[in-house]
Design a protein around this ligand. Sequence first.
Ligand code: ADP
Ligand code: MG
Length: 464
Amino acid sequence: MKLDVDVLRYLSKDDFRVLTAVEMGMRNHEIVPSELIGRIASLKHGGTYKVLKNLLKHKLVHHDSSKYDGFRLTYLGYDFLAIKTMVNRGVFTAVGRQIGVGKESDIFEVASEDGTVMAMKLHRLGRTSFRAVKSKRDYLRHRSSFNWLYLSRLAALKEFAFMKALEEHGFPVPNAVDCNRHCVVMSLIQGYPLVQVKQLQNPDTVFETIIGLVVRLAEHGLIHCDFNEFNIMIDDDEKVTMIDFPQMVSVSHRNAQMYFDRDIECIYKFFGKRFNLSFEEHSDDIDNSEVVPDESSRPSFSSITKTAGFLDKELAASGFTRKDEDEIQKFIEGDVEEDDLSHGEHDSELCQTNIKGFDSLHLDQEEPTSSCNEEDQVDENLQSSEAGQSGDPEGQNSSSEEEDNEQKGDEDDTELVKSLAKQRRRAMAQARKGHKNTASRNSYKDKGGKSSNNSKIQKQLSSW
Ligand code: ADP
Ligand code: MG
């Protein structure tokens, strides 16, 4: 997918306000009713409609009128929200070219003010095969908080948390810089994925280092679960860096042994094929010292002393909770178990490090926000306030406060999110009061889109 950040420069505050309103509506709706977007954004004189048309033109939202008139964010729209937040935080100021296409992500170079080039990974869960997506849809259908954006955000948060924790324990991983929504910024690895490397000076040493990493991970209570030539980077000095962590599991996982063996098998197979390492059973009459190592030294899961929960503290510190882990694991596991050992990734051929063609993002600079998880906090607050449908005192707020919100033209990102969150709660509370079972994804599905609520919303829209 093309990430044309040029568009980003021309988006106004109102554009971002409405885009954020769509994002908020998506916490309860797969397709957010236009009316709800209007209420959350609360622009003067029905201006939301015009803005939505502009967002649609740039493919930041998708229009869906099959069941009722509504919109959802596209991945591009979500990208823009995350990128804007990163720019506001001062993490980077320019986006360069795409350097990787993973199974479920796109990776771009980004540059900070002082010219430091980093890697930005945009998670794109749901981009897998239709079969996998469908099985997940079946599982996720009844979950109110579900959408692909939510899962991609969890994947990013998990990746960020694990990368940070692993780095703190001395593992060779990229430096985790920041994360927001489905976006993780990390240091750029000056190297190539192992899959692109045809020759090594010391294949046996590299092999041993890599196998040693799988073992050390297990000693720290973790299994990578996708440890293969696509997720191991290697530089000109044959230094190894491991990447790609959203699917990691604990050694106490019920399938831990299988995942561990699979990671080990991938490495044995790849080195056997690509670098002709042979792993014959040790026998005394073999005097060829290049045959390393023998099959009998293959690490076995049961003989490793494992410390489950070793990294828990660091993970919690990054804001990644056990509940988050449960949620994402349920999603990922179908995938992991469906996959065979082939790991059908199609990473990009490219992993060059020369920097050219950066698009500088001269956005309005706003107060950088400090924490990685501020919005997540707002998100959680929202979810909990909605879970208990009853008492949201802000739902009864006076209209004067609404006016206040309208006048806040120059709020920073966090302020915008907070103020829109309020509008959203108010809109949801009003909708609940006015007509129970308002436009939720499930209610439309159940009623085949013919509920009286639908027509009400349609009517209101026609007067825009
Ligand atoms: P996925 O989860 O989609 O497989 P990965 O994290 O494996 O995504 O990244 C896909 C590709 O992007 C990698 O194979 C690599 O070529 C490139 N890449 C990812 N992270 C970095 C990085 N920090 N530095 C340089 N290249 C990277
Ligand atoms: Mg990968």
